[in-house]
Design a protein around this ligand. Sequence first.
Ligand code: NOJ
Length: 531
Amino acid sequence: MAGDGATGGAWWQKGVVYQIYPRSFQDSNADGVGDLPGIAARLDYLVALGVHAIWISPIFPSPMADFGYDVSDYCGVDPLFGTLDEFDRLIAAAHERGLRVILDFVPNHTSDQHPWFVESRSSPDSPKRDWYIWKDPKPDGSPPNNWVSEFGGRAWTFDPTTGQCYYHAYLKEQPDLNWRNPLVQDAMLQVIRFWFERGVDGFRVDAIHHLFEDKELRDNPPNPDWREGMSPARRVLRTRTMDQPEVHDAIAAMRRVSDEYDDRVMIGEAYLPIDRLMAYYGVDLTGFHLPFNFHLISALWTPTAIAALIGAYEAALPSGAWPNWVLGNHDRSRVASRLGREQARVAAMLLLTLRGTATIYQGEELGMTDVPIPPELVQDLWEKNVPGLGLGRDSVRTPMPWDGTLHAGFTAGHPWLPIAEANRVINVAAQQDDPSSMLALYRGLLALRRSEPALSVGAYVPVAATDRVLAYERRFHERRLLIVLNFSRQPLPFEMVDGRGLLLSTYLDQPQQINAPMVLRAHEGVIVQMP
Ligand code: NOJ
C-alpha cells in the first residue's frame, strides 16, 4: 500500500492543475491570439469544471520565437497577452473564485533580445559576458564541441561581433544562461520574488534538467540506438548537457525563495527516467514539491505496463514525497490522438484516480485531437528546422473550441492556428448539456475527487493487472474505492465488482446490472465503493 499515512493536506496535493496555453485559450481582442482578459472571461468555466489551480504557459514579453519560452523581460506581460494590470485583475478574479494561479518560469535561457544577452554579446569585456556561455570556435572554425540543439542543428551559434560561439540547448534565439554565475542566480531568484509578491501561487519551472552543462564542455557520447527518423538531437546521449549534479543546489535556492512565502508550489519540468527524476525532490525534500512525472505520456498503453509504471514510480518516491501524474501538455500529442477517443475516457479516469496531483492540459476535457497543420501554416520553428519528422507542436496547440461558430468562439478575428472541424464539433457549448460527454466525465471525476478523500489523498493499493484490465483501490481510513479500467474493446466480467456500489462509470449512465459480478463494457472504467 503506497501513501498510507501521507497527510496530503496542501492545496497542491489535494488539487488538480489545469494547464492553459494562453495563445490558444480565449482571444478577447480579435487579433487571433488568446490573452489574459480572455482567460479571465473563462474562469467560471474552470470553476464549473472543478479544477483547483491554473498554470499559465509564458505570458512575458517575448519575440515569440518559441511562443513565449524565449523571454525578453521576466517581470512584464507581453502586449499580445495584455498588461500587468490585467494580470493583477486576473489573479484577483481567480483568487475570488478559489482558483490558484501558477506561472511558468523559464530559467535555462532567455530570448536573444533580452537586454542581458544584447549586452553580453556586445563585447568580450561586457559585464554581462559571463551571464551566458561563450566559447571560441575550434581552430578550423567548427563549433567548440559536438552538442546538438533540442530543436535541430548545432547547439552553438557563432557571433561575428566577438568571434565566439554561444550555447543554446534550444533555438539559437534562446541563449542559455550561465547558472554558475552567482549574479545570474540572484537576478533569476528576484524574478520569482517579483511574481510571488504579486500573489502568484507557484511556478512550473521550464527545462530544469538543462540548467547546467559540463563545466569543461566535453563532447556528448554518440547514441548507439539512434536511427533514421529520430530527432537529430538524439544522435548523442546528453550526459554532458542534462541532469548535471549542480542543478540541485539551484533548485534548492528557488525552493528557499518559495518557502519565504506561504503555501506556494514549485513544479519542475524534467523528462527523466524515474530514478533520476526522484533526485529533483531534493535532499530531504528541499527541491521541487512536484517534479513533473511525464511517464504516462510515453508508457505503453497496456494494463500490465501501466501497473508496472505506477508500482515503480510509487516505490521510487522518497519518503514523504508527493506523487504527480500528467497525461499531456503543449509539447506532446493529445491523449485522444495517442489512444483513441474511447481509451481517452479510460485515461481520464486513470489520471484523476491515481494517487498524486494531476495536471490536465486544456482541451483534454473535451477530447480534443491533434490537428494536422499544412506546411504553409506551420508556426513552430522546431518543425521548420527539422521538417517531416513530426516533431512540430502546432498540432497540439490549436485553439479551444467554445462553440459551434466559425472560429469556435475562440476569436472574432482569424485564429493563429486552424481549429479543425473535428475539434469544432466537440466544443464546450455542445458538451455542456450532454450528460454523457467527455466534459461531463471530467466534471464528474473532478467532483468525485473533491468529495472523496480516498481519491485526493488516500493510499494506493494495486489489485490486478491482466492483459485487458487494470484494477486498484484508493483507501482512506475505512473508505475503500475500487477503480477498474477496461483497456480493451471486449466486454469483461470482473468478479470483484458489485454493481451496487457503482459511483461513476466512464459511460456516465446508471449501472447496467446490480448483481455481482459486474460486466465491464468495451473501454469502460468504473469507480466502485467497496463494502
Ligand atoms: C519546454 C517547454 O514546454 C517547451 O514548449 C519549450 O519549447 C522548451 N521547454 C524550451 O523552453
